[in-house]
Design a protein around this ligand. Structure first.
Ligand code: TRP
Length: 324
């Protein structure tokens, strides 16, 4: 039997370079491997866990789907769907919450970070975020999840829930593993932390043109300290280089060691490599924008297929928990 894969990205905005290199590239690799059956969703329900704008959500849940298609996710090979179209995720999340303690959820670093970011919005939905994510994955009995390394604590929760459910109710949920890509950690353009939609000036959009990308990469702070240590900005640049132009790493490392490194040359090399990677996506996106009926059809078909599989799992769980 084929091994199942599930992944998703929150619908908080259009995708950025960090999403693409960290998650979407892994999603593509598994889609094109015939040993896997792949389910990829737009995590629009998860968007409700932090403050959001209704009209923007309505727009973004579709934009993320268009970005998926532009990046090469293919409805002939993968089930592409919007999470909210499959109600069963929410139902299963409630069942899962019965085997999960409050204390466990409150201590997750991702929960604490968000509470710090939005102190007025420490809601039950936010506390339940990892449980819904576990339901997203386990409803398809997926054993492999292509996501960035920051999601590891959530996968740990997923594995725990799978174990608890299997012990208490005799289900056969797998304990899913993360599928890592070499772009699993894409640094922020500020030189601090990871590239993120919620940090202004930290990200490159998939739709940015060469000039914009060049300007953004040039803005990465690059003061070198005496003593030959790389500043955090320079470290970020080398991480980018490693992912988008690995053959150039040696050359620039050498000039760094020799003290002849030209920051602008390094930055422009990175900018050009990023643009070369994004150009085909931008062209594909234009085609998709001209064909909204096709996108509608992909969304409708994906929902139908996902619902069929999800319904089987929920029925099984209901039965085993005494609800049938
Ligand atoms: N939490 C993920 C993120 O922030 C998004 C997500 C929601 C997800 N459900 C998922 C990722 C299921 C993988 C599998 O990126």
């Amino acid at each position: 039997m084929k091994k199942r894969v599930l992944s998703g990205i929150r619908a908080t905005g259009r995708l950025h370079l960090g999403n693409y290199l960290g998650a979407v590239k892994g999603m593509l690799a598994l889609q094109d491997n015939p040993s896997y059956e792949t389910f990829y969703m737009v995590a629009d329900v998860h968007t409700l866990t932090t403050p959001y704008n209704i009209e923007e959500l309505r727009k973004n849940r579709r934009e993320v789907m268009v970005d998926y298609l532009a990046a090469g996710l293919d409805p002939q090979k993968s089930v592409l769907f919007q999470q909210s179209e499959v109600n069963a995720h929410i139902e299963l999340a409630f069942y899962f919450s019965s085997v999960t303690t409050i204390a466990k959820m409150q201590h997750l670093p991702t929960f604490k970070d968000k509470v710090k970011q939005y102190p007025e919005h420490a809601t039950m939905a936010l506390l339940n975020y990892p449980i819904l994510m576990a339901a997203d994955i386990l409803i398809y009995k997926a054993g492999l999840v292509p996501v960035g390394i920051d999601q590891e604590p959530h996968l740990e929760v997923t594995r725990e829930i799978a174990r608890r459910m299997n012990q208490e109710y005799g289900t056969d949920f797998p304990e899913p593993k993360r599928f890592a890509t070499k772009g699993e950690y894409i640094p922020s353009l500020t030189g601090e932390g990871k590239m993120s939609k919620s940090v202004e000036g930290s990200y490159i959009n998939l739709t940015d043109d060469l000039e914009t990308i060049r300007k953004k990469v040039r803005s990465v702070p690059t003061a070198t300290e005496a003593g030959g240590e790389k500043s955090s900005g320079l470290q970020a640049l080398f991480s980018f280089l490693q992912v988008v132009a690995p053959t150039q790493v040696q050359h620039f490392e050498q000039s760094f060691q020799q003290g002849t490194l030209q920051f602008v040359e390094l930055k422009d090399t990175i900018a050009e490599a990023i643009y070369a990677e994004l150009k085909p996506l931008q062209e594909k996106r234009k085609e998709l924008e001209a064909n909204p009926a096709y996108v509608d059809q992909v969304i409708a078909q994906g929902a139908q297929k996902a619902c069929e599989v999800a319904a089987l799992t929920v029925k099984e769980v209901r039965g085993k928990m005494g609800l049938l």
